[in-house]
Design a protein around this ligand. Structure first.
Ligand SMILES: *[C@@H]1O[C@H](CO)[C@@H](O)[C@H](O)[C@H]1NC(C)=O
Ligand SMILES: *[C@@H]1O[C@H](CO)[C@@H](O)[C@H](O)[C@H]1NC(C)=O
Ligand SMILES: *[C@@H]1O[C@H](CO)[C@@H](O)[C@H](O)[C@H]1NC(C)=O
Length: 489
């Protein structure tokens, strides 16, 4: 059956093209689906020909494990309107054979068709295949992120026989703190949570379960703070606690936020906005964007009210409004009216985006960086896992915490359009190198790997912990022959 598919492909590629396609480049993790399991696989196409625009097609064909029917795949193209595209696809069952076709009209581009004569599994299969070092190599993850070295360098070793009780005693404050205690043992996830509001544990559970479906995590024990604010601010008791948001006056070990992690796990799933979709759902090139600074958000920070004030005084430079009054309900008359909900993709109709803290770092920042506009970011003590990597005036324009220089910075951008465009491009480029789904998995894998090396106490399931089960749709698939390095662990 697939011999036939190949012959058809070869016949098709003999058509002559009306344009020179020799510069078309195609690359990315989605071309190796047999090795790189992601919730949605993706790869890139780059060309200098804008002509390809509407004539480019992308289709994944495959066969089910019994080779009797097609396997189920959903694919889509995200056009970045600059001659580059993201192709992504999601598998709903396992394929025994796959063919990825990328064409201009009827002509295959680059090395298309990409033939995968191998078993390819969807995200939900429980097929761990590598230990963490092998997996990092295999995924071609970038080297250890500096933030991880920095966070972990605070600890020579971690001995939970000494720390466990102290941490629980100190942070078991159900009204104000939400903390989960996890153990990974033989690649199974166990936990106990402390606190009144622990719903966000599902985000941590989800990434751990997804990782244990792909690789063998080292045995380890750790604590995760589910709250907004970092927890560890006492220098005399620097406890190893993982958090989603860091600050310059605390010592927590930072993980990618639950927001970007969930959008990684739910890519082409339950989540609309993710680091890929945000790049392909706005039609305006840089020159077509309104030269105005755009902002929408809640009233979760006084600086956001300040922004509204500045915007009201300069209506030709800003389109900013609050979407909800909660913290400053009594000031709606002054800072309102609140505006209708607008799709995040529409933000990028505008050339300039303002990023202002909410309760902590604004977790939309990565999406703003990827969206193609210029980001003016308020300085802040709060950061996500990647902020320390970014360079001001290279990836974004920094603005004082009290927004006192916002107008000047915006005027500069308006008068220096080429520089502004380059910074916006740098931001998108950075996002594509560091913040895509693969990178979010890599960060977690690096973090758990390095962290586990510091543990000196032995790891055991602790009495009273719940086992965190794989979701019902996770099946034990036919994991193939070259699996299970488990014995080596
Ligand atoms: C596009 O790429 C081709 C092949 O690399 C090159 O010959 C051509 O000059 C490029 N065109 C433009 C407009 O950059
Ligand atoms: C190719 O795309 C252009 C617009 O970008 C369109 O005018 C033309 O009809 C398309 N050709 C085909 C064969 O689809
Ligand atoms: C502000 O932006 C919204 C959403 O794009 C738009 O509907 C509205 O007309 C804009 N306001 C002004 C004054 O341009």
């Amino acid at each position: 059956m697939y011999a036939l598919l190949i012959i058809i492909s070869i016949l098709q590629s003999t058509y002559q093209s009306d344009v020179d396609l020799s510069d078309v480049k195609i690359w990315g993790p989605g071309l190796e689906p047999q090795n790189l399991v992601l919730p949605a696989r993706y790869f890139f196409l780059q060309t200098n020909l804008s002509k390809l625009n509407d004539n480019i097609s992308f289709k994944v064909n495959g066969l089910s494990l019994d080779k009797k029917r097609p396997c189920r795949v959903w694919s889509n193209i995200l056009n970045r309107k600059d001659g580059s595209y993201i192709m992504r696809y999601k598998l709903y069952d396992s394929c025994s054979y796959m063919e990825i076709n990328v064409k201009y009209k009827d002509i295959h581009l680059a090395k298309s068709p990409y033939i995968i004569d191998n078993i390819v599994h969807p995200e939900q299969c429980i097929c761990p295949k590598w230990n963490v070092n092998e997996w990092l190599d295999n995924m071609k993850c970038a080297k250890l992120p500096k933030q991880i070295s920095r966070d972990l360098s605070q600890f020579k070793t971690i001995d939970f026989d000494k720390l466990r009780k102290k941490i629980i005693d100190k942070y078991n404050k159900p009204q104000s703190i939400s903390l989960c205690h996890y153990v990974i043992f033989e690649n199974k996830v166990y936990r106990t949570c402390y606190g009144k509001y622990v719903g966000f544990k599902m985000f941590m559970d989800n990434i751990l379960l997804s990782m244990t479906r792909k690789l063998f995590l080292p045995n380890m024990e750790f604590f995760v703070n589910l709250g907004d604010w970092p927890l560890v601010n006492d220098i005399s008791e620097k406890y190893p606690i993982m958090s989603w948001c860091g600050s310059t006056d605390s010592f927590d070990i930072i993980m990618p936020t639950y927001d970007i992690t969930e959008s990684t796990l739910e890519n082409m799933g339950r989540v609309m906005l993710d680091m890929l979709s945000v790049q392909g759902n706005n039609d305006r090139s840089w020159d077509e964007k309104e030269p105005v600074a755009f902002w929408r958000g809640r009233d979760s920070n006084a600086a956001r009210l300040k922004l509204i004030e500045i915007a009201k005084d300069n209506p030709d430079m800003f389109n900013a409004s609050l979407t909800n009054f909660f913290f400053y309900r009594d000031q709606e008359a002054k800072y309102g009216p609140k505006s209708e909900h607008i799709s995040f993709y529409k933000f990028f109709d505008y050339k300039y985006q303002v990023s202002i803290d909410g309760t902590v770092a604004a977790y939309r920042f990565p999406y703003l960086l990827a969206g193609g506009s210029l980001v003016l970011k308020q300085k802040s003590k709060y950061y996500e896992h990647f902020y320390n990597d970014l360079k001001p005036n290279v990836h974004y324009i920094p603005v004082e915490k009290d927004l006192s220089d916002l107008l000047d910075k915006l005027k500069w951008a308006m008068q220096n359009d080429e520089e502004a465009r380059i910074i916006a491009n740098n931001a998108r480029h950075y996002s594509n190198e560091n913040l895509l789904p693969k990178d979010i998995y890599c960060y977690h894998a690096h973090l758990f790997n390095e962290y586990s090396k510091l543990l000196v106490s032995s790891v055991n399931i602790i009495e009273g912990m719940d086992i965190v089960e794989q979701p019902p749709e996770a099946q034990v698939c036919q994991c193939g022959t070259n699996t299970l390095h488990k014995d080596e662990l």
